[in-house]
Design a protein around this ligand. Structure first.
Ligand code: SF4
Ligand code: SF4
Length: 178
């Protein structure tokens, strides 16, 4: 008799739980209608940002392409008449990118940044190759105040680079090349 009572109680408990859930608000988040906001440090779609003056931050130093473990970044460097370098073209193949974030770590100018925007996948693999015009944005991204040239030194009307107080003369990297 005890066994029968225990079975009936277990059955009643089960039905009670089911009944309770019938009136609960569903907590399922429907994607893509609802896109859950991800933390700002999430690593997904890559952008090229600008400095606080609105100039392109990228100085085409090739560090990001050198560090990329899957070799999915390529570019061609060039120089403005004032000597400032920039990328004539810049390309990322997102079909190969593994979103490791090493390019962002290596970048001295904070130009290349990974964003939490994760839903840019497409069926056509060739459309995953993004050119500079697809990557370059009109804001500073995660580092709104960072300007590489303020740290690397600038020429002023009174003094050249390396002539200000406590400054060293800049290294001429091209003279180091074999
Ligand atoms: S996130 Fe990693 S794999 Fe993707 S471009 Fe940067 S270094 Fe390469
Ligand atoms: S994105 Fe950064 S690391 Fe890559 S070439 Fe430009 S300045 Fe150098």
């Amino acid at each position: 008799m005890t066994d029968v009572l225990e079975s009936v109680k277990a059955l009643a408990d089960g039905f009670a739980t089911t009944f309770k859930h019938l009136f609960r608000k569903p907590i399922t988040e429907e994607y893509p209608e609802y896109k859950r906001p991800l933390p700002v440090r999430s690593r997904a779609r890559i952008i090229l940002t600008r400095d606080p003056n609105g100039d392109e931050r990228c100085v085409a130093c090739y560090l990001c392409s050198a560090v990329c473990p899957v070799s999915c970044i390529s570019m061609q460097s060039t120089e403005r008449s004032n000597g400032r370098r920039y990328a004539a073209w810049f390309r990322i193949n997102f079909g190969r990118c593994i979103y490791c974030g090493l390019c962002e770590e290596a970048c001295p100018t904070s130009a290349i940044q990974l964003t939490p925007n994760f839903d840019h996948c497409k069926r056509e693999i060739l459309s995953m190759v993004y050119e500079k015009e697809d990557l370059l944005v009109d804001h500073c991204g995660k580092d709104p105040d960072y300007n590489f040239y303020r740290h690397a030194g600038i020429s002023t009307a009174k003094r050249d680079k390396g002539e200000h107080i406590n400054e060293f003369k800049p290294v001429r990297v091209k003279s180091n090349l074999p």
